[in-house]
Ligand binder design. Structure first.
Ligand code: GLU
Length: 296
């Protein structure tokens, strides 16, 4: 009988645009990590913020992953179809007073400066109406260990993030934690821009009695001006050949790639990289988390 995989990884792009060269680091990195351990690799389209979804982007992402020979397990999950599940989680948090209603408008929040100062934490001012729901984050969050960057110290007090927005959409932070929990995700390998959010996501897991996956954050790719590539900021889609994409991505992760594989098919690259990782190659070890520019 085949043994049940113990590792479940995932790739969770937002369909706010096609994958760019930076997204490939998270796609290929999370794939290699899960598959080299004999694990499952799930694909989730994070379209919870429906206003940011670009028509056709979801389809393009699937085609790009297929071209790279990154095969996922089971059906593609979409967050827009799971609102009832997120609502259930919010109701559970409401029942334990882990969340509170917030009446602040966008303008008021802008006026507060960088972070929401907890204005509605101890109750709504008379006559104010609930606009959103926020997570009540304690002042001290425990340290946690990143697979590539080691122990992350307790962060300075975090502002209370919105879980249900004024426009009725659930926030990414809640949807992601609920989905990872429900789909049995045991490792989250993703872009370094989300490292700072992890302590709060872990806290949310604890409040919802969900297990903590292992987290590992990979380097970000920046443009020539040092700005992180991002789908929503219209960074150019990855358009090169699959072989080039594999070669370049592995190099960005610090791998030395054999000249003999230059121009090989995506399938050959994938199988070579999985085998290598299963034997001796760390996915990513020494390079800093900060933006890495593409070398040309
Ligand atoms: N949806 C996020 C993105 O496209 C990734 C979220 C995650 O991996 O937790 O950047």
């Amino acid at each position: 009988m085949p043994s049940t995989p113990t590792v479940t990884g995932r790739f969770a792009p937002s369909p706010s645009g096609p994958l760019h060269a930076g997204s490939l680091i998270a796609a290929i990195g999370s794939y290699l990590s899960a598959r080299s351990q004999g694990g499952r690799w799930l694909l989730r389209l994070e379209d919870v913020d429906e206003g940011r979804v670009r028509p056709g982007a979801a389809d393009t992402i699937l085609r790009q992953l297929e071209a790279l020979a990154l095969d996922w397990d089971g059906p593609v999950q979409t967050q827009s179809s799971r609102k009832a599940v997120y609502r259930e989680a919010l109701v559970a948090l409401q029942a334990q007073s882990m969340v509170y209603p917030c009446a602040c408008t966008r303008q008021e929040i802008r006026d507060f400066g960088e972070h929401y100062p907890g204005t509605c934490r101890s109750g709504l001012a008379p006559g104010r109406q609930t606009r959103s729901w926020r997570l009540r984050v304690p002042d001290h969050l425990p340290p946690w260990e990143d697979r590539f960057h080691g122990w992350q110290p307790s962060p300075a007090p975090q502002y209370d993030p919105v879980l249900l927005r004024a426009d009725g959409y659930f926030a990414y932070i809640l949807a992601c934690v609920v989905d990872d929990g429900e789909h049995g995700v045991s490792e989250v390998i993703r872009g370094g821009d989300l490292l700072a959010l992890t302590a709060v996501q872990r806290y949310l897991q604890s409040t919802l009695n969900l297990p903590h996956p292992q987290y590992g954050h990979l380097p970000l790719l920046c443009d020539a001006d040092g700005r992180k590539l991002s789908k929503s900021a219209d960074s150019p889609a990855w358009t090169g050949s699959p072989s080039q994409a594999w070669e370049e991505t592995l190099r960005l992760l610090g791998w030395t790639t054999p000249a003999g594989l230059h121009g090989a098919s995506a399938l050959e690259w994938r199988d070579w990289a999985c085998t290598r990782m299963a034997v001796e190659q760390p996915l990513y070890g020494t390079a800093p988390l900060a933006c890495t520019s593409r070398q040309r």
